[in-house]
Design a protein around this ligand. Structure first.
Ligand SMILES: Cc1cc2nc3c(=O)[nH]c(=O)nc-3n(C[C@H](O)[C@H](O)[C@H](O)COP(=O)(O)OP(=O)(O)OC[C@H]3O[C@@H](n4cnc5c(N)ncnc54)[C@H](O)[C@@H]3O)c2cc1C
Length: 370
């Protein structure tokens, strides 16, 4: 829980909360998407939240996992945590890349001059996972990636490939390279945009392999882990946002206390919503502290993502039922949240696969505390 915070952490919480309220008050009817992102970025930089995601050596303030969890929870509680512009781009995998790649891609990426994507998911009917072979100073890549968020705008994709005779490797592939083709552009119900790609004899310099060849899966999973915890913290904040919406609705709608807020069945539902929120938030904060301690937290991060996304799904569903048809009007915050939360139970690992992995962590790998 956001208990036992020190002064610096409480300061982040207050700054993120003030930022969240400011961003929530921006007039989305008069601003287009780019203007909204740019306004949000300016406000976030002023609040000192933007730089939390960027390490000190890259000009940021290098927030810990707990700092980031506090900020995301506070922004989620204002219902705005998903908006672009709140956090600076993270170096992610590129921080471990060769000097050539860092100079050519990382600096412009952090400055917002180029965009990147993450190529992990394969089409279900792929005969072979994306693979590569060495040919002199280059790698030759073949295969497909089916779900690259921001793929249409991406200048490069950090792509998981199977390097023949070596193992998995993360490879930076420029999207304008000969042989890279966008097969499909599509949007998902949460409002994000994606593309699927094919790679046909794409030639990539060897120095575009990120980190030690053969360690690609672990590197990819490190990045996935960070995003899972970020999703979980945002969902924990959103649980508070939804609970407040419902409390407000119950308080406003029936001031005579004869129905609605005083109706026993609805009070039971509301109590369940709050209990679910509490368990999700507790898991997320505890996990952030384990990550910061340096201990292995893979299983705990998976559990946090499951608990927070499933809790938010239930909380949103109950809230819509309690508030009624008004909550399904397109402009209502619960209508868009209902679509967004559905995607979180699949993105960065579906709930069932995460459950299976937690079982594997305990039974086969003997890791973690769960
Ligand atoms: C909004 C959004 C953004 C995304 N962005 C990206 C991105 O940027 N880059 C990227 O690479 N991917 C991205 N994805 C893809 C996402 O990672 C995959 O959709 C997800 O991992 C599930 O893979 P799949 O769609 O192939 O479904 P599958 O893996 O086929 O799963 C379908 C169902 O089968 C179940 N299942 C499958 N295998 C098992 C098993 N062994 N045990 C138990 N149950 C199982 C799953 O739980 C699930 O219910 C994104 C997805 C979404 C929704």
């Amino acid at each position: 829980m956001p208990d036992f915070l020190n002064d610096a952490q409480r300061d982040i919480q207050q700054r993120a909360h003030s930022l969240g309220r400011l961003v929530a008050s921006l007039d989305t009817h008069t601003l287009n998407t780019e203007q909204l992102e740019s306004e949000t970025r300016v406000l976030s930089k002023e609040a000192g939240i933007f730089f939390l995601t960027q390490p000190v050596e890259f000009g940021g303030t290098g927030g810990t996992s707990l700092d980031l969890t506090i900020a995301r929870d506070a922004l989620g509680a204002c219902g705005v945590g998903h908006l672009p512009g709140l956090f600076g781009p993270r170096p992610g995998l590129l921080a471990q890349a060769s000097e050539h790649v860092r100079n050519k891609f990382l600096r412009p990426y952090l400055a917002g001059e180029v965009k990147g994507g993450f190529g992990f998911t394969e089409p279900s009917d792929a005969e072979r996972h994306t693979w590569a072979r060495y040919e002199g100073e280059n790698l030759i890549v073949n295969g497909q990636k089916s779900y690259v968020t921001g793929g249409s705008q991406a200048d490069f994709i950090n792509t998981l490939v199977e390097l023949t005779d070596v193992g998995p490797a993360m490879v930076l592939i420029e999207t304008n390279s000969p042989g890279v083709q966008i097969l499909r552009r599509f949007g998902s119900i949460d409002g994000t945009e994606h593309a699927s790609f094919s790679f046909t004899e794409v030639s990539v310099p060897n120095e575009h392999v990120i980190g030690e060849p053969g360690t690609g899966m672990n590197r990819a999973l490190d990045q996935v882990n960070d995003v899972r915890l970020a999703i979980a913290a945002d969902c924990a904040g959103l649980c508070s946002f939804v609970c407040e919406l419902v409390a407000d609705h119950l308080g406003r709608k029936h001031p005579d206390e004869t129905v609605g807020g005083s109706h026993h069945h609805i009070r039971v539902q509301f109590g369940r919503m709050r209990a679910q929120s509490y368990s999700a938030r507790s898991a997320v904060y505890r996990t952030a502290r384990i990550v910061d301690s340096g201990d292995n937290a893979i299983n705990e991060v998976m559990a946090s993502k499951i608990l927070a996304t499933e809790a938010l799904s239930l909380v949103v569903d109950f809230a819509i039922q309690i508030i009624g048809g008004e909550a399904l009007v397109e402009s209502h915050p619960l209508a868009s949240l209902f679509r967004r939360v559905r995607a979180t139970r699949l993105a960065e690992g579906p709930t069932d696969i995460l459950h299976a992995n937690i079982a594997r962590g305990y039974l086969d790998l003997h890791t973690g505390r769960i």
